[in-house]
Ligand binder design. Structure first.
Ligand SMILES: [Zn+2]
Length: 257
C-alpha cells in the first residue's frame, strides 16, 4: 500500500501546515475541503483501477515488450467454460482462469478439465460478492482461503495468483494479501465483455488495445465471449503473438512448490 501511504502522509502534512498557519492568518475553509476531496478522489480512483497498484503491488502486464500476450478468464467455471476450452484446444492455446470457489463447487468436472488441459488457475474469491470492497480483512482472508482449499483438494495445487472481484483493492484487501501471501494479478486490456452486447465491438475494442506483454481480461460466462475468442485468437496469430499463461508472461510461479 505504498502509494496510498505516501499520499495520505502528504495530505496529513499539508493539513498540519494549514492548521498551523490558521493561528496566524485566516485560512479559507474551502482549502481544507479541497484537500479532503483530493485525498478522497485519489483513494477512490486507486480502489477501482487495479493498474495503479495504489494499495498493493499488482501485476498487470510484462513491460519487457516481447510479442507475448496472456488471455485470462474470470468468474467460472460456468456452463460456457466447456466451449471456451474447446476453442482454446482447437488453437493449441493455454490460458489463465481466475475461478470463483462457489462456481468450482457447482462445476467440479469443468474445473478438472481446465487443469487437465494444461491451463493455469488463480483464486477469484469464494462468493465474488458485490460488496467485496466493503469486507473486513478477516472476511477477505476467508474468501481467499476457502477457495484455495477447494482448489487444493481438487487439483493438489496451492494457488499463488489472486484476482480481486471487479479489480477492487483497498487497505483491507492489502492486509488480507499480506496474510495469505498471494500475488495480485490484474490486467491492462479490459474487454468489457460483460457490459458490451455487440461481439464486433468487443473484438474491436480488444484488438485496438493489444500490446506486447499484455494481459487480456475476458469472462468464460457467455456465448458472445466464445465467439470473440475465436476471432481474437486468429487476429493474435496473424499479428505473430505468442499466447501464453500469466505465470510464463510474468515469469513468476502460479503455484507453491
Ligand atoms: Zn470477477
Amino acid at each position: 500500500m505504498l502509494k496510498h501511504k505516501y499520499i495520505t502522509i502528504f495530505c496529513i502534512s499539508i493539513l498540519v501546515i494549514l492548521s498551523f498557519l490558521s493561528f496566524y492568518s485566516e485560512v479559507k475553509w474551502w482549502i481544507f475541503l479541497l484537500l479532503f476531496i483530493f485525498w478522497l478522489g485519489l483513494t477512490s480512483w486507486g480502489s477501482f483501477d487495479i493498474r495503479l497498484g495504489y494499495f498493493i503491488k499488482t501485476y498487470c502486464n510484462n513491460p519487457e515488450k516481447e510479442r507475448k500476450i496472456a488471455i485470462s478468464f474470470d468468474d467460472g467455471p460456468h456452463e460456457m467454460t466447456e466451449k471456451v476450452l474447446d476453442v482454446l484446444q482447437k488453437h493449441h492455446v493455454k490460458a489463465t482462469f481466475f475461478c470463483i470457489g462457489s462456481q468450482i463447487e457447482k462445476h467440479p468436472e469443468m474445473f478438472q478439465r481446465i487443469i487437465q488441459e494444461g491451463h493455469v488457475v488463480g483464486n477469484h474469491t469464494f462468493t465474488h460478492t458485490k460488496s467485496f470492497g466493503f469486507l473486513s480483512t478477516q472476511k477477505v482472508v476467508e474468501e481467499i482461503s476457502r477457495t484455495n482449499r477447494i482448489i487444493e483438494r481438487l487439483s493438489g495445487k496451492k494457488v499463488l495468483f489472486f484476482r480481486p472481484p471487479f479489480g477492487v483493492t483497498n487497505p483491507n484487501v492489502s492486509k488480507a494479501i499480506s496474510v495469505t501471501k498471494h500475488k495480485v494479478i490484474g490486467w491492462n486490456i479490459r474487454s468489457l465483455d460483460t457490459v458490451i452486447e455487440d461481439e464486433t465491438k468487443i473484438l474491436e475494442r480488444v484488438k485496438n488495445k493489444v500490446v506486447p506483454g499484455g494481459i487480456i481480461l475476458l469472462h468464460d460466462t457467455s456465448l458472445k465471449t466464445v465467439n470473440v475468442l475465436e476471432q481474437l485468437l486468429l487476429f493474435l496469430q496473424s499479428e505473430n503473438y505468442d499466447v501464453i499463461t500469466i505465470d510464463k508472461l510474468l515469469k513468476i510461479p502460479a503455484y507453491e512448490d
